[in-house]
Design a protein around this ligand. Structure first.
Ligand code: GLP
Length: 263
């Protein structure tokens, strides 16, 4: 796992855009896994800016979403389908049909989840998976207690996550209780995991995820078992890491050939 501590959100966004550029230059038909939440928004903005300036193209790429609220149609402003369009897809040259969202209105939930998994496999798997982390350690919507080998399925949100996400709704009671989410095993099959986190409110979850025991109590900790993970943090989110100084030293002395912005 590479843990990189950067000064602020824009530095995280710049690094994420460098990683995306290197990825799409190497593989123009990259398959992305896209996360919602506020954490990746600055990165999406930076990627769109660079794509629009002609730095690279995303025209051959496609994407799979991490999760979706049950009961919200795709055109509901708080659905993740609508969110990802408004913060990213509408601003880049990806094809309109290039993003596979999860259908939160599906009548047959197991069939929708199985079809989603099948389509990821048909696409050859996810190359670069964006991730954030919830304050309770969830990734996508895999709440504490999630099976570490789970696949795409329905989950019930914790009260904490509903409170955290209430800021996007009129009130907590408007936040759906149920969600569809890629499972932890689904996420772990992506070739490269890119976690972006900022802010002090995430410091504890980050420490548990990066340095704690691998446990279903902190679902994000499963990424310790992945061979290729990049975690981009601001100083505040890194504040509770025991290895903070070491991570900084590693990054300061990263060999040139390993740097992202060499392409
Ligand atoms: C949401 C999403 C996650 C996201 C997390 C953190 O509930 N389902 O994919 O990583 O919570 O969100 P934020 O970045 O807004 O703090």
């Amino acid at each position: 796992m590479e843990v990189v501590i950067l000064p602020d959100e824009q530095a995280i966004a710049n690094a994420a855009a460098d990683i995306v550029k290197r990825q799409v230059v190497a593989k123009p038909n990259t398959v992305f896994g896209l996360a919602t939440g506020s954490s990746p928004v600055a990165a999406y903005r930076e990627i769109a800016k660079r794509q629009n300036s002609g730095d690279f193209t995303l025209s051959d790429t496609r994407a799979f979403m991490l999760d979706e609220y049950v009961g919200l149609p795709a055109d509901h402003p708080q659905s993740y389908a609508a969110f990802i369009r408004s913060v990213f897809i509408d601003h880049v040259d990806m094809r309109d049909d290039a993003v596979r969202t999860l259908n939160g209105m599906a009548q047959d939930v197991p069939a929708e989840c199985a079809a989603f998994e099948f389509e990821i496999a048909q696409a050859g798997g996810v190359d670069l998976q964006f991730l954030g982390i919830g304050s309770d350690g969830h990734i996508a919507f895999n709440e504490p207690g999630s099976s570490l080998v789970s696949r795409t399925r329905i989950k019930t949100l914790t009260e904490q996550t509903r409170i955290d996400n209430a800021r996007f709704f009129d009130s907590v009671s408007d936040v759906p209780r149920h969600v569809l989410t890629q499972g932890l095993a689904t996420i772990m099959e992506a070739r490269h995991l890119l976690m972006l986190v900022n802010g002090e409110s995430k410091a504890e979850a980050v420490a548990a995820c990066v340095e704690g025991p691998v446990s279903a109590m902190c679902p994000g900790s499963i990424i310790q078992m992945h061979p290729r993970v990049t975690v981009l943090l601001d100083e505040a989110a890194a504040g509770k890491l025991a290895l903070e100084d070491y991570f900084k030293e590693v990054y300061a002395h990263k060999p040139d050939w390993q740097r992202w912005n060499t392409s």
